[in-house]
Ligand binder design. Structure first.
Ligand SMILES: NC(=O)c1ccc[n+]([C@@H]2O[C@H](COP(=O)([O-])OP(=O)(O)OC[C@H]3O[C@@H](n4cnc5c(N)ncnc54)[C@H](O)[C@@H]3O)[C@@H](O)[C@H]2O)c1
Length: 333
């Protein structure tokens, strides 16, 4: 499979490294609007580079486009790739809104291309194991669940786009969507959402969010996310079950840790914290390997557009609750 990446910032760099580890797959080209990023990609990966996705598509024969531009540009780039008949892998969150996400899903279905989305947490072994343990029933029924994600301070990136709510959706859509997706994958549909945030529109570098989820099966979840913690990036979960607690804390659970922040593409300063795993094959490579296999065989990936859209719906409901101060009921719950 011949792959082109659009957006060679923090995640584009991570994905480019992963493709080097996947057999039967070749990273052929990258597109980035910044000349210095194009020069770096050429130097590091021996690829050809272009300023835009359209330029890359007209010059290269590609099978897969990997969309790593900022969130507010996902729709445009996924639709261009789909119209060109390419399979698309898109970083999470799928879209800035439900309507945007639905349009992307429809565009890929219409074009007959495979759409996969980067909810990489499903490829972290501690999360996979937790889901398996819960589903086995060995812990009994789940009563409540708590998750945490944050640290590393506020992410810096191209055009400071994480700080622009209209572009990133803030912490709720950008960061803790990972936990919404994981919890829905493990516990089923969410019925109701209530959320409170320090609210990031004017002061979004200081955002801290608590989201309460009521699942259709009666479980209550509390999802906490923060950009206030300047310490090491970390994740936690705690399932309280009939037979005891099932917990994880990335600060103590891994035998080997890397605490390095990815450097922001344009400044050399720390960019966005990208959780690391000491596994021989890291979760980012596993998710892309899975997607490449699906694209090659014409199979639906585990996290297709529809799955990713469900996570966007929960995040958007939390945003609405933050705005109105009221609980929000999800139609499908
Ligand atoms: N899965 C994860 O763990 C994870 C972690 C961090 C970020 N993300 C997601 O990845 C996406 C990218 O985030 P990032 O931190 O890498 O951002 P970034 O700012 O570091 O990189 C974005 C890149 O896109 C380029 N770009 C902007 N507009 C473009 C255009 N029109 N055409 C070509 N290139 C363009 C910029 O020059 C920049 O290099 C976001 O959706 C973010 O939410 C996912």
């Amino acid at each position: 499979m011949r792959v082109g990446i659009v957006g060679f910032g923090t995640m584009g760099t991570t994905h480019a490294a992963s493709y080097q580890r996947i057999a039967d797959c070749e990273l052929v080209a990258i597109a980035d609007i910044r000349p210095e990023r194009r020069a770096l990609a050429e130097e590091q990966h021996d690829v050809r580079s272009y300023a835009t996705l359209r330029d890359m598509l007209s010059a290269e024969a590609l099978d897969v486009i990997d969309v790593c531009v900022p969130t507010f540009l996902h729709r445009e780039h996924v639709e261009i790739a789909a119209e060109a008949g390419k399979h698309v892998f898109c970083e999470k969150p799928l879209a800035r809104s439900r309507a945007e996400g639905q349009a992307m899903v429809d565009a890929c279905r219409k074009a007959g291309v495979i759409l996969g989305v980067g909810h990489v947490v499903r490829f972290f072994p501690e999360y996979q194991r937790a889901k398996a343990v819960i589903e086995s029933g060995q812990m009994g029924n789940v009563g409540t669940v708590y998750t945490y994600r944050g640290g590393g301070g506020f992410p810096t990136a191209w055009q400071d786009w994480y700080a622009r709510y209209e572009w990133s959706g803030g912490l709720t859509l950008d960061l803790i969507i990972h936990d919404f997706d994981f919890l829905r994958w493990t516990l089923g549909e969410v019925e109701r959402v209530f959320a409170k945030s320090t609210w990031g529109r004017e002061n979004n570098r200081m955002e801290h969010v608590l989201v309460s989820l009521r699942f259709a099966n009666g479980v209550i979840g509390n999802v906490e996310g923060t950009w206030l913690d300047l310490g090491t990036f970390g994740t936690k979960f705690e399932f309280a079950c009939d037979e005891g607690l099932l917990t994880h804390d990335s600060h103590w659970s891994s035998a080997l840790k890397s605490y390095q922040l990815q450097s922001a593409a344009h400044t050399g300063k720390p960019g966005v914290a990208v959780p690391e795993s000491p596994m021989a094959i890291d979760p980012y490579t596993l998710e892309l390997k899975h997607f490449i296999e699906c694209a090659r065989e014409g199979k639906e990936p585990m996290i297709n557009g529809e799955e990713a859209l469900r996570a966007v719906e929960i995040a958007v409901a939390a945003q609405e609750s933050i705005k109105t101060g009221k609980p929000v009921r999800l139609e499908r719950g």
